[in-house]
Design a binder for this molecule. Structure first.
Ligand code: URA
Length: 230
């Protein structure tokens, strides 16, 4: 694909604007300034605009390791948003697939593909989300059955869908949910008289949080990870 088309489709700038960037020396292809809009760009080329990497046009699929103190909304007056951690043009237009609370850490999937985002979040698709939980009080064995049967949460009309609880230690467990109600994990533990002290999302479907990602870091998903969401 021609460089000007590649840049325009990827960033949303018009071709005229893109050519202006080229003239100003703002476009770098494989470490060299590029000012010919007609050169051919292939998959292996590295393209930068004003110092930012420009991904190939098409949908974007990312995983991010959400740090504490960051919110999963597009705008928040008080806290930084996860999208502000994404160093891509028009990152603020991306969709966050399922929100984590400000005090929850872990895996967040972010995309420009609305249908894919729906498959990640819709309970109909039964994509399991695995949470690691540390609680204030010991977790009794009968909680496993209660989570499996579903719990009535205050202000909700229906029981929660079956959730798989695995007790790891007295105050530690893993929970797999296929839905994403407001503060669901915290409210489920509250419903059995306990309190969540720490919460971390480790996996969504078959997509595991990459252990090389420090809190605040992100990477693009592989084809296999993208296609694993059915
Ligand atoms: N459940 C919660 O209570 N909080 C989260 O951030 C995610 C699931």
């Amino acid at each position: 694909m021609r460089l000007d088309k590649y840049l325009a489709q990827s960033t949303g700038f018009s071709r005229k604007e893109v050519r202006r960037f080229m003239k100003a020396g703002e476009v770098i292809v494989n470490d060299e300034e590029a000012n010919n809009p007609a050169i051919h760009i292939s998959e292996d080329d590295e393209v930068y605009l004003s110092g930012y990497p420009v991904e190939a046009p098409g949908d974007k699929y990312l995983m991010l390791h959400k740090p504490l103190g960051c919110v999963c909304s597009n705008d928040d007056g008080t806290h930084p948003t996860v999208l502000s951690l994404i160093d891509l043009p028009r990152a603020e237009e991306l969709t966050i697939c399922g929100r984590l609370d400000v005090d929850t850490t872990g895996l967040v999937l972010i995309t420009s593909d609305g249908k894919w985002a729906h498959r990640v979040t819709s309970p109909k698709h039964k994509t399991g989300k695995l949470y690691q939980v540390v609680t204030a009080d010991p977790i009794p064995q009968d909680a496993v059955e209660k989570f499996e049967k579903g719990l009535m949460l205050i202000n909700d009309k229906d029981r929660t869908k079956p959730a798989q609880l695995t007790i790891i230690a007295e105050n530690e467990a893993e929970v797999i949910l296929t839905e994403g109600r407001y503060h669901q994990v915290k409210r489920m533990f509250a419903a059995i008289g306990n309190k969540v002290e720490e919460l971390h999302r480790q996996r969504i479907g078959d997509i595991e949080l990459d252990e090389d990602l420090e809190p605040g870091e992100y990477r693009f998903l592989t084809e296999e990870e993208i296609n694993s969401i059915k």
